[in-house]
Ligand binder design. Structure first.
Ligand SMILES: Cc1ncc(COP(=O)(O)O)c(C=O)c1O
Length: 366
């Protein structure tokens, strides 16, 4: 079976976890601090604050920015659920906005059209590991006085014009879920140069305590453990290697698949460093997507669809959608995209085998 996704866990992670367990110090302590310092240096930002997961990172940063009832936040329509669900969780309204089909990230022109008097922030998602066109997003946001949030759950180490994602807007949100480019199993963090945002999230993740049993704000327990941080530190130290391997896998796919008719391949814009969280192809004839997935499955090749339903069509968001025709590109993407196996453990032979199976399918489509 060629898996669509797999973490690279080495002896370093195993030994780091054993060391933590033997130390008897399991709750957040020096490894959490070390991870936060090392990741902030890696990103080139002043602060990284870890929290339970990427969903909570979004929730905490929206709270830190003071976003709540009566506010609107612009989100791409084509992304994972929590980018928008956390906007609703703080009491604000997610405004579903269309994407650019060359990168599957938010379309800055559509952002401009989504702005209203109530808009407070725009969340750009660096989907599949390719950065959104941040200069354009930041330009619209600055003209309108909006916060810029980056959802970096899929873009650890990706760069926009030489700057790491998570250090471009006001604040970034990372996920360290099992399938991410950098994993702790579960985990998350915010990245920011703003002392006020980092300070708030530090309080918010720990019951709002400024010192033990002294609670300044309503906080929760959104902390990670030493075990998670120890894994994260080892992952961080091999992140560039793992991303480079993903980029090599992508190069093989791009070479092998360049002449296949019936699909569009992912692009890397000249201003971008893509870290290929996913290698997602566009199947021109959407009626063939399921058949291709089935064909590959029959060859022991897993695939996946990120994402089969645009957010504005999700039942839970029904009450937030003013215009059901808001996002034609997002709707189209949901029925055309298919993600092929992409992770650092893939061998060259496996990648070639996947590509050849795709070629074979399109040489004589059903
Ligand atoms: C774009 C995006 N945002 C947010 C999240 C949420 O992260 P987590 O699963 O750690 O809560 C994910 C995770 O899948 C994601 O892909």
């Amino acid at each position: 079976m060629i898996k669509v996704n797999s973490p690279l866990i080495g002896d370093e992670e195993v030994e780091a976890v054993a060391k933590v367990l033997r130390s008897g110090i399991l709750a957040a302590s020096r490894y959490v601090r070390e991870f936060e310092e090392e990741f902030s240096r890696y990103l080139g930002v002043k602060h990284v604050v870890t929290v339970s997961n990427g969903t909570i990172a979004l929730y905490a940063l929206l709270k830190a920015l003071g976003i709540g009832g009566g506010d609107e936040v612009i989100v791409p329509d084509f992304t994972f659920f929590s980018t928008a669900s956390m906007v609703a969780a703080v009491g604000a309204k997610p405004v579903f906005t269309d994407i650019d089909l060359s990168t599957y990230t938010i379309d800055p022109n559509a952002v401009e059209r989504s702005v209203s008097d109530r808009t407070r922030a725009v969340i750009a998602v660096h989907l599949y590991g390719h950065p959104a066109d941040m200069d354009e997003v930041v330009k619209v946001a600055r003209e309108r006085g909006l916060y810029v949030v980056e959802d970096c759950a899929q873009s650890h180490g990706a760069e926009y014009r030489g700057v790491k994602t998570g250090g471009i807007g006001d604040v970034g949100a990372f996920s360290f879920y099992a399938t991410k480019n950098l994993t702790m199993g579960e985990g998350g963090a915010i990245s920011t140069n703003r002392d006020d945002v980092a300070g708030f999230v530090r309080l918010f993740r720990n019951h709002g305590q400024t010192r033990r049993y002294h609670h300044e704000v309503f906080g929760w327990n959104f902390r990670i453990t030493e075990v998670q941080a120890a894994i994260g530190l080892q992952q961080l130290r091999r992140l560039d290697y793992m991303n480079e391997r993903r980029r090599e896998v992508a190069r093989i796919y791009l070479e092998e698949l360049s002449s296949v008719e019936g699909i569009r391949l992912p692009v890397e814009k000249p201003w971008a460093k893509h870290v290929y969280h996913q290698f997602t192809i566009w199947v021109e004839d959407s009626s063939l997507r399921g058949k291709l997935a089935e064909f590959l499955g029959g060859r022991g090749i897993q695939t996946s669809v990120h994402y089969p339903k645009p957010l504005h069509e999700q039942p839970v968001f029904r009450g937030y959608v003013a215009n059901p025709n808001c996002c034609p590109n997002s709707s189209a993407a949901a029925s055309h995209v298919l993600s092929l196996p992409m992770h650092p453990l893939l061998t060259d032979e496996e990648v070639v085998a996947v590509a050849r199976a795709v070629k074979e399918f399109f040489s004589n489509p059903p």
